[in-house]
Design a binder for this molecule. Sequence first.
Ligand SMILES: [Fe+2]
Ligand SMILES: [Fe+2]
Length: 262
Amino acid sequence: MTQLKAPGAGLGYLDPDMNSPASTATPSFTLETTVGAIVIAHPALARVFERLGINYCCGGKKPLAEACRAHGHDPESTLGQLHAAKAAGETLEQDIDCGAMTLTQLADHIEGTHHEYVKAELPRLVEMADRVARKHAWRDERLKEIGETVSLLADEMFNHMGKEEGILFPFVRQIEAGAADQFPCGSIANPIRQMEDEHDFATRAVARLRELSDGFKPDENACNTHRALLGGLEEFAADLQRHVHKENNILFPRTLALAGAA
Ligand SMILES: [Fe+2]
Ligand SMILES: [Fe+2]
């Protein structure tokens, strides 16, 4: 069975530089800028981090130099790639300025894009992963763990998004509208910390899937369903990182700042 553990200890995750929407207007970045702040200011650069395998969502509080070293990349060379991509005007399909949105707009955007995508895509991936495991695990036993991990990930993601949509996001909208100043069950920091732990769990599940599939690369004997599964998982991994980035690095810090001010 999977080596994953259920969401556990808190991440202690808050970047003091990112508590204000004003910081999203930072025009340039250096090796000392956090990777989360770079993606907030320049969303299209998420693609460069994804290509390099640098985590900018749950790992978003790390300065660029530290994140590069942690993933085996030369910091100066990576900074050069980021500057070149920015100068070339690299774009992303959903290249929108989340840092400029109100919290309500951002919560609506996350639900309408990332949550809807997960709801449509994960059941399909679960079904394919199960089918591939049943038919082909005899020749690659890792397919069984892939099937189990996708299924566990789906359960966790649906449970997680239910809490965001049913409890946390409505409170975010209320507090921004001035209609609430205290979370019903204690500090708002507690459910936010719980959501961050669950993001960490999902991110580790996807990292495990990447490991079990040799970077989502099918072998020469893979059937069409197996290939479609790995393509879908690779796309899911990229979406998850953008989804978690918007919550961990923008929505949650700004909600905490607003709740503190209230
Ligand atoms: Fe979410
Ligand atoms: Fe979330």
